[in-house]
Design a binder for this molecule. Structure first.
Ligand code: K7E
Ligand code: CUA
Length: 761
């Protein structure tokens, strides 16, 4: 060791490293000068820098836009922690390459059409009493109207549902304050009946928008299509929504942006959509009593369209659950204040934000005071009767989020490329900060719940232009972290996001999340149930029924059982694999050459891959995660043999090990046992039983050691017969079990040392 260290220093000196005087003793001032940093930069660095091993205070879940995924990153460090596969196959997680996740993706096919991507827009965290509870995450797909459920116990997608009546869906996912429903709005109007064509000339009569409320079963962790319903709406291009809370709980609010019902067609000499869709000064805020709507559905007042419960506009109007309020001008975001009293709407083409009063809206409804009806008979409340105030903020206001401080809100200004901080109670602007560039959504910590946490704001910018090193014409997105703890906002950090356009993000206090580190052995992680293909150690087998071959295998450092799978051409092969590890972060991957299958098998999980062995030949399979020192040896062969093949050669070539080899291996075993004994002595001298993670590791290590007697009796039996080949190999296997046990033991020891284990007396 010492010799090596001296050698390394010598090499460094010889290559010029450390030769300059600045290397050893650079001061903070030196570094600032060298990198051109000022005091503000230093402050920003100190506010975001997260030393090795330290964790973030908040976790952000960001839409992955066209990638159809969800990104997870920490705040304030802005370190990316995970991409969660949702609407798109994702090889690392085996998503779309193993049978369990294929089943999830298949539920997202539309009328038999396979869909392999999504345009994910708005994530939402499940809420209890209007506050984030950290249990589930929902996200929508705008392009193919779908909604997905992610369980935050394992950060895996559990369900995808297809909206039964829409052709697109932008304004989702939003949750009601107790996550009774997850709701989404149609965007581009289309006929509601599946597979039905109506010409654009019948737009006003046959094309429809709508709001869908998906019933969520928290216990099961799944959306329940049979208990979900929609409300038919005019073809007004419904956009974003928000749920009422506190006094406005039971209601939801939805924007629209082409209430002109304009249909473009430059080809036919008509002015384009953009001209016709922004011609009027106002669009409509849709005000819906979803609680009453749910009761009406329960009373059987819904109609079935494509097998789905739909309350028609006529019913909604007659029952008094649907109202419109004019809102200026092609609005985008609608955001209910934390106290549930106000609804803040931003008109993209207006310089104001409009603050609507829920009380005033209710008073108008009670008094039957409507200024008109829309062409479909929906009562329209006068804008003046509903407005609390309007505040001039700047150009292109889009979305609003809230602060922990009373009445303080932040609104993104797309055209101005700014964030405006303002007070919605007093109607005045407090501060503005430039962002880079063209901000879309913005996010404060838990900023759309009833208890926003303040602290930080992230600007989700649409363009990054010159902020990063150029990487070709397609630029990364730019998430900018802003400190909002003080009166003046301070820009802290630019984070490039190279994975689709993230539209919205939500951030939750990290302490609220309690994800597991392993599954109960044999779990199908997509259903949360026992996997029929699971086996325990020693139960591994290969079964054949006709041309169907089913493998029941296991994975544990560092071998795959079985190691050889022999099939005949044309066989249908299913490989079930259970990861028997209990240690944290001991994932194994499984890949077979050429057959396009891959699985990620985390501790305890059972996964299956399926394929038709339609290519004769020899196909190595192996573990794709570097899981142990002998990871590369975690391998096997799939042999696809021609029909009726018989072997000519019976023996596998030998290595010709001698008695000397065998004795050397035995010596190695004795030495390793000494290491194991010392680790065991350390662990058992502490209160390790108070640490569930360590208890799991100790069980894992004991498992490995428990395999030794069998291998030992085999090497002794072979030695007795002077079969040095097998004696040495089985002795080597004893050594491998020891190495794995020692590895786990050392990890447990480190864990105990780092987590303040106490010495037992
Ligand atoms: Cu990009 Cu909410 Cu889909 Cu706004 S959305 S900017
Ligand atoms: Cu298991 Cu590499």
């Amino acid at each position: 060791m010492k010799r090596l260290a001296i050698k390394t220093v010598a090499v460094l000196l010889a290559t010029g490293f450390g030769a300059g005087p600045a290397w050893a003793a650079e001061t903070l001032q030196d570094v600032m000068k060298r990198r051109g940093l000022g005091q503000q930069d230093l402050m920003a660095a100190v506010k975001t820098y997260t030393p090795s091993g330290k964790r973030d205070e908040f976790l952000a879940f960001s839409s992955g836009g066209q990638s159809g995924q969800v990104l997870v990153y920490g705040i304030p460090s802005m370190r990316i922690l995970k991409y969660i596969a949702v609407f798109t196959p994702e090889p690392w997680q085996g998503y779309g390459y193993d049978e369990e996740s294929k089943a999830i993706l298949k539920d997202g096919w539309i009328e038999g059409k396979e869909i392999t991507w999504g345009d994910s827009h708005h994530p939402a965290i499940s809420e209890t009493l209007g506050q984030y509870d950290g249990q589930f995450l929902f996200i929508n797909d705008k392009a193919n109207p779908r909604l997905a459920v992610i369980d935050l116990r394992d950060f895996e997608t559990k369900q995808i549902v297809v909206n039964p009546i829409y052709k697109s869906e932008h304004g989702g996912a939003f949750v009601t304050p107790d996550t009774e429903y997850v709701f989404e709005a149609a965007q581009y109007a289309a006929p509601l009946e599946r597979g039905k064509f109506y010409p654009l000339e019948e737009f006003n009569e046959k094309y429809r928008g709508g709001m869908t409320y998906w019933k969520f079963d928290r216990e099961a962790g799944r959306l329940v299509p049979a208990q979900s319903f929609s409300i038919e709406l005019p073809p007004y291009s419904q956009d974003l929504s928000d749920a009422g809370k506190g006094p406005s709980n039971g209601w939801s609010f939805t924007n629209s942006f082409c209430s002109e019902r304009y249909v473009g067609g430059i080809e036919k000499g008509r002015p384009p959509f953009e001209a016709g869709c922004s011609a009027k000064d106002t669009d409509y805020l849709h005000v819906i009593n979803w609680k009453k709507a749910a009761e009406l559905v329960a009373q059987g007042k819904a109609q079935k369209i494509n097998g789905h419960n739909v309350l028609t506009m006529d019913t909604a109007v007659k029952e008094g659950i649907l109202f419109l309020v004019p809102e200026p001008k092609s609005p985008h975001g609608v955001d209910v204040t934390p106290d549930g009293k106000y609804i803040i709407v931003s008109g993209k083409l207006d310089t104001h934000v409009s603050v609507y009063s829920f009380d005033k809206i209710q008073a108008a409804i009670k008094a039957g005071k409507f200024e008109s009806k829309d062409p479909y008979g929906i009562p329209v409340i006068g804008m003046r009767d509903a407005l609390q105030t309007q505040v001039q903020l700047g150009l292109g206001p889009l979305h609003t989020q809230y602060d922990a401080k009373q009445c303080v809100a932040y609104t993104s200004l797309y055209v101005d490329s700014q964030v405006a901080k303002w007070n919605y109670c007093e109607g005045k602007v407090l501060d503005k900060i430039p962002v880079h560039y063209n901000i879309g959504h913005l996010m404060t910590m838990e900023g759309d719940s009833t208890k926003p946490k303040g602290r930080y704001l992230v600007a989700l910018n649409k363009l990054s232009v010159d902020r990063f090193n150029p990487v070709g014409p397609l630029h990364p997105q730019n998430h900018q972290l802003i400190d909002i703890g003080n009166d003046k906002m301070q820009l802290l950090y630019d984070m490039p996001l190279p994975l689709g356009e993230p539209h919205y993000a939500v951030a939750i206090e990290a302490a609220k999340l309690k994800p597991g580190v392993r599954y109960k052995v044999g779990t199908n992680s997509r259903t949360d149930k026992d996997h029929p293909g699971k086996v325990r150690a020693g139960e591994e087998r290969i079964e054949r029924k006709g041309n169907k071959v089913t493998v029941y295998g296991t994975l544990i450092r560092s071998h795959i059982t079985p190691e050889i799978i022999e099939v005949e051409i044309g066989d249908e092969v299913t490989v079930n694999l259970t990861n028997l590890e209990r240690a944290e972060d001991e994932t194994h991957g499984f890949a077979i050459s050429t057959y396009n299958v891959h699985a990620s098998i985390e501790p305890g999980k059972t996964v299956s891959v399926k394929f038709k062995a339609d290519k004769e030949g020899v196909y190595p399979y192996y573990c794709t995660e570097f899981c142990s020192a002998l990871h590369l040896e975690m391998q096997g062969y799939l042999l696809v043999k021609p029909k009726g093949w018989t072997p000519t050669k019976k023996e596998i070539a030998k290595a010709a090990y001698t008695e000397t080899d065998y004795r050397a291996t035995l010596k190695k075993i004795v030495d390793t046992q000494a290491v194991i004994d010392s680790v065991v002595a350390f662990i058992t001298s502490t209160n390790y039983k108070d640490f569930p993670d360590v208890v799991g590791m100790v069980e894992d290590a004991t498992d490995q050691l428990g395999k030794i007697p069998d291998a030992k009796s085999r090497h002794e039996a072979a030695a007795a017969k002077k079969d040095w080949e097998h004696a040495n190999l089985w002795a080597e296997q004893v050594y491998q079990y020891q190495v794995k046990a020692a590895d786990i033991g050392l990890r447990a020891k480190t864990y105990l040392e780092q987590n303040g284990a106490k010495k037992l007396k």
